[in-house]
Ligand binder design. Structure first.
Ligand SMILES: [Zn+2]
Ligand SMILES: [Zn+2]
Length: 116
């Protein structure tokens, strides 16, 4: 989950993150443990559905197809736990930096669209 403005993502990273949202939602429905992703700052459980909507909106704006709706994810929150620790917290600017290092196309888009 990059959590950066969707317009900043290249085609591969936009489609990749979209696929990730489906995988995270599927994992949650199957009751899989996502603790490693949460600790690594790679997912915000409560943001998966909204993020999926944002990604699909941008995909459709660019004329990419979206065939698979995301089935609703029910989150069952445990008692007595710090919500942020449980749900996860993604550092958007850390990801912007990582994308700029990793991907020339994202880097170009970020320079162009972020006004930096
Ligand atoms: Zn989808
Ligand atoms: Zn990219």
């Amino acid at each position: 989950m990059w959590n950066v403005p969707t317009t900043w993502l290249c085609r591969a990273h936009l489609l990749g993150e979209h696929l990730e949202m489906h995988m995270f939602a599927g994992a949650l429905r199957q009751g899989k443990d996502l603790t490693g992703y949460i600790r690594g700052g790679l997912v915000e459980l409560d943001a998966i559905e909204d993020r999926h909507k944002e990604l699909v909106f941008e995909m459709q704006r660019r004329g990419y197809k979206h065939g698979t709706p995301l089935r609703e994810v029910k989150l069952i929150l445990p008692h007595g736990r710090d919500a942020l620790l449980f749900l996860g917290n993604v550092d958007m600017w850390k990801n912007v930096y990582e994308l700029m290092n990793r991907c020339a196309t994202c880097r170009e888009r970020i320079f162009e669209l972020s006004g930096q």
